[in-house]
Design a protein around this ligand. Structure first.
Ligand code: F6R
Length: 240
């Protein structure tokens, strides 16, 4: 794992964006794996800026998102579909047909999940962007999830629901389930860019890098991936 210690959130976002921008320049039809949450918002701003300045184009780019809630519709403002539209896709020249997210409105979720896995096998992810939960989750692979899962339906941990309550009016409104890429999908990506910001992520980062590889800390599996770049701000990197 390559660790890049950054001064603050903006520095982290810029440095991680530089890696993706350079990969996008090299491979116009790059396949990107994308994350939601607070952490990558600054990175997406940098990608939007680079697109508007015509440094990069999304015309031939394909994307796969890590996860999506079950129990709210894609139209709900806090669905990850809407999040991605708001924070990235509405502002870049991406072709709508190249955008892939797990679809919580699919008539048969099981069939949809199979199709999602098949499509990712056909279009392997070149660069996967990840955040990390304070509990060590990546995607919504919560502690205890087997490492050999492909996309599946997960019961969200109470900790995760509490962490995400900030986006909803109350804890009751936070969905209890989600569709998430499994660790197996994530580990197949050719490169992984993981970002973490804030003191509440410091312990999760330390365990990911220095701890035993265990399903109790899902991100620890990344120690076995040959091409991971970890961008941390000062607080998230304070224990390593
Ligand atoms: C989001 C995702 C999650 C988040 C993680 C951190 O698509 O898969 O693993 O990356 O929960 O969230 P933030 O960035 O909000 O702290």
């Amino acid at each position: 794992m390559k660790i890049i210690k950054c001064d603050h959130y903006d520095d982290m976002s810029k440095k991680a964006a530089q890696v993706i921008i350079s990969d996008m320049k090299e491979k116009k039809d790059i396949v990107l794996g994308l994350a939601t949450g607070s952490t990558p918002i600054g990175l997406y701003k940098e990608l939007i800026k680079a697109n508007q300045e015509k440094q990069i184009s999304f015309k031939d780019v394909m994307t796969f998102n890590l996860d999506e809630y079950i129990g709210i519709s894609q139209k709900h403002p806090e669905s990850y579909y809407q999040f991605m539209m708001r924070h990235l896709f509405n502002h870049v020249d991406i072709d709508q047909k190249n955008i892939n997210l797990p679809n919580n409105d699919a008539s048969s979720i099981d069939k949809h999940i199979k199709a999602y896995n098949d499509k990712m096998k056909k279009h392997p992810i070149d660069v996967q962007v990840l955040g990390i939960g304070a509990n060590g989750h990546i995607g919504f692979n919560e502690p205890g999830t087997p490492f050999d899962n492909e996309t599946f339906i997960v019961d969200l941990d109470e900790d995760t629901r509490i962490a995400n309550q900030r986006f909803f009016d109350s804890l009751d409104e936070v969905p209890k389930k989600a569709i998430t890429m499994g660790i197996k999908n994530i580990m197949r990506s050719k490169k992984i860019i993981l970002l973490a910001s804030g003191i509440h992520k410091a312990e999760a980062i330390k365990k990911m890098i220095e701890g035993p590889i265990t399903t109790e800390h899902p991100a620890s599996i990344l120690q076995l991936h040959p091409n991971v770049e970890v961008f941390v701000d000062e607080e998230a990197g304070s224990m390593i």
